[in-house]
Design a binder for this molecule. Structure first.
Ligand code: SAM
Length: 495
């Protein structure tokens, strides 16, 4: 571990990933769901604290030429890589700051612009108290009145049961005298997998333990190292996080996982009665964390909470289908069962979304005889089916250039890990995609009526073996049929 690491992993980069919940359009959906006044504005300043390799920052900057999007991280390797992508894509509005949050002086903090949006994903519960205090100082000093803050973190009691697993990881990894953190984490994982066969009574059989020891493909070494090998790994109770952020005058708005804002989707009686008897805020959120046993929360806070009409705010949201809407309602798995819509409600809304972006207020008045609740519609559709549309469609040379550069970088890295995204002018953010989708979408001529899926497959995936080719061709053929209209809709390809 390097001298400046302060207990965090610095000898290898974190995964290269885009986080859709950090997009201001997504944050606006959370605010509407809670009936809180906030909308993205032209000319905004956005800061991603602990930005890692900066993909989210670069995608947001590419899609929003008039926003000033900044990433801050103390790892110079992360900052250098993020800057390289921004420079190659000629993103003058993406900036990166190498700084240790624990040590930033007031003068350094004041070099940041006044911020409309701050995002903090996967940082708070992995760092020391001094770093947490630095985050609160930054928010108190630089987040504008009316500014929003998204934060994703490990939460108690859901992740608490994995405390022993994290300790075990650290002790086992420390036995390895050589190797990078991901290599030592992988060695620790092997021992933990071996232990699993003996059914250890001292290790809780948590979803994480099952995930690590089950048959699913092994988790990425970089993720494991950054998740488990840090000295300060401490999930928190919501109320303790909220109390800390109150130091910057932040108030809780809602969960960025939409259905978690709808008690009907979360509780059976009598849990619901207990929840409803508790005051709003921390007590109710605790009841959710206790009953849901979720390990990770994605929350939105605001500095200066003002109420607006919730239904009107939801009705104003414009949604675009990010995949072809299926014939039947998507089935959202929620704690009380499956949330879905009957065909009479679903069919007209799905047909309209397949035509193009729609205001939620228009969409929910399409079914005959019954008008569904907009929060429920949003919760069911936002589980990956739709994204907020902030602008008119249509590609831009800027996002096109960025997506091509991103493709080049992804190819050069040789890695197939992580969640990528193509910059979309309409979404004012990213359209999430896999690396294969990115490679296919960036091939010349794919919009031509006589585009040949076999040739496209071999160009996009030049290292296919003879055995892999038929499966890959089938995949790409299906992808072209399903994704081309979506790529056009989101402006990543010409219409
Ligand atoms: C788990 S990663 C999350 C990265 C990114 N937000 C994402 O989701 O891909 C945590 C990040 O916090 C950064 N970090 C840790 N301690 C820090 C500190 N004291 N000051 C600034 N950044 C720090 C790390 O370098 C790392 O990039």
């Amino acid at each position: 571990m390097t001298a400046w690491a302060q207990g965090y992993v610095t000898d290898s980069p974190y995964t290269f990933s885009y986080q859709p919940a950090q997009a201001p359009g997504h944050i606006a959906m959370v605010c509407a769901m809670a009936g809180v006044a906030w909308q993205p504005r032209p000319g905004m300043a956005v800061l991603d604290i602990g930005c890692g390799r900066g993909l989210t920052v670069n995608v947001l900057a590419a899609a929003n030429p008039d926003w000033n999007v900044i990433g801050l991280d103390y790892n110079p390797a992360h900052i250098a890589e993020a800057q390289e992508l921004a420079e190659a894509a000629e993103l003058a509005n993406a900036g990166f700051v190498e700084a240790d949050l624990a040590a930033m002086t007031d003068a350094e903090l004041d070099q940041l612009p006044e911020l409309d949006v701050v995002t903090i994903h996967g940082v708070w519960t992995w760092v020391s108290d001094a770093v947490r205090a630095g985050i609160v100082r930054l928010l108190a000093r630089r987040l504008k009145p009316g500014g929003v803050c998204y934060i994703g973190y490990n939460v108690l009691p859901g992740f608490g049961a994995d405390a022993a697993l994290q300790r075990l990881f650290r002790h086992l990894a420390a036995l390895e005298r050589t190797g990078t953190s991901p290599e030592r984490a992988a060695a620790a994982l092997e021992t933990i997998r071996g232990l699993q066969a003996s059914r250890p009574v001292h290790l809780a059989n948590t979803p994480m333990f099952q995930r690590l020891t089950g048959d699913e493909p092994a988790l990425d070494g970089a993720y494991l190292a950054h998740e488990f090998l840090t000295e300060h790994w401490r999930p928190v109770f919501f109320e303790d996080l909220a109390a800390a952020l109150a130091g910057a005058k932040l108030e809780y708005v809602g969960s960025a996982t939409m259905h978690e804002n709808i008690p009907d989707m979360l509780f059976e009686e009598p849990q619901r009665r207990v929840h409803d008897s508790l005051p709003h805020g921390a007590p109710r959120e605790f009841m959710k964390d206790l009953c849901l046993q979720r390990p990770f929360r994605r929350d939105v806070f605001i500095r200066g909470l003002r109420r607006v009409d919730r239904i009107a705010a939801l009705d104003r949201l414009v949604l675009a289908a990010a995949r072809p809407m299926p014939e039947e309602s998507p089935k959202l798995v929620v704690p009380v069962g499956i949330a879905e819509m009957g065909p009479d409600l679903y069919a007209p809304m799905a047909a309209a979304l397949n035509e193009g972006p729609q205001a939620l207020g228009h969409l929910r008045h399409l079914p005959q005889g019954r008008t569904p609740n907009p929060a429920e519609v949003l919760a069911i559709f936002s589980g990956g089916m739709v994204l907020p549309a902030l602008r008119e469609g249509g590609p831009s040379p800027r996002t096109d250039h960025f997506n091509r550069v991103l493709h080049r970088f992804a190819q050069a890295s040789g890695s197939t890990e992580g969640q990528l995204a193509m910059a979309s002018p309409m979404a004012a953010g990213g359209l999430p995609c896999s690396w294969v989708e990115l490679a296919v979408c960036m091939q010349p001529g794919i919009t031509a009526p006589d585009a040949d899926p076999v040739a496209i497959t071999h160009r996009a995936l030049p290292h296919l073996t003879e055995e892999q080719a038929p499966g890959a061709i089938e995949l790409v053929t299906r992808m072209l049929a399903e994704r081309l209209p979506i790529w056009r809709r989101f402006g990543v390809l010409p219409g």
